[in-house]
Design a protein. Structure first.
Length: 164
């Protein structure tokens, strides 16, 4: 199965860190969490959104389920009360090396502080972008706990996103 150059970078990160995941090629590109869930025939809660925020002046990654929105107040609190804002697409790409919508949860060009919403850890299997719009990772949530710079917090908004 041919993978994109970006997906190969993610694969290399996994090998270097002795992490086991599966790769799933989608028949059609997934531009949204809804697209990915439909393509994978899974629920939206199992699809990971890798979002980039700016905490003061440093980029951070926030991982939430596809059905969740980030509560910026909770996020700011989890980051010590510093101001938080969503990164622009340019800032996100510069910080991670990946395009918005194809940002994997790990394997970025910079080691970024990452907050994982606690709700993700209740899922049996998670799916996340593998660095391209047509390749997904399939993995146990426990893998997230094996990585450096990861913290678990309650950062999801009280009202989940409604699926399309």
């Amino acid at each position: 199965m041919a993978r994109s150059r970006k997906s190969e970078e993610v694969k290399q990160f996994l090998l270097e860190n002795d992490l086991s995941t599966g790769f799933v090629r989608l028949e059609q590109s997934a531009l949204t969490s809804d697209d990915a869930a439909r393509s994978l025939s899974t629920d939206l809660q199992s699809v990971v959104k890798s979002l980039v925020f700016i905490n003061g002046d440093r980029p951070i990654i926030v991982l939430v389920g596809g059905d969740q929105r980030v509560d910026e107040g909770k996020l700011s609190e989890a980051c010590g009360g510093t101001p938080i804002r969503r990164a622009s697409p340019t800032e996100a790409r510069r910080s991670t090396g990946f395009s918005v919508g194809a940002i994997p949860p790990f394997g970025h060009i910079n080691l970024l502080y990452t907050l994982v919403d606690q709700h993700l850890l209740t899922r049996r299997t998670l799916y996340a972008s593998a660095g391209s719009f047509d390749m997904m990772l399939s993995f146990s949530p426990n893998i997230l706990l094996q990585l450096a710079n990861i913290e678990v917090a309650d950062v999801a908004a009280a009202n989940p996103v409604q699926a399309d």
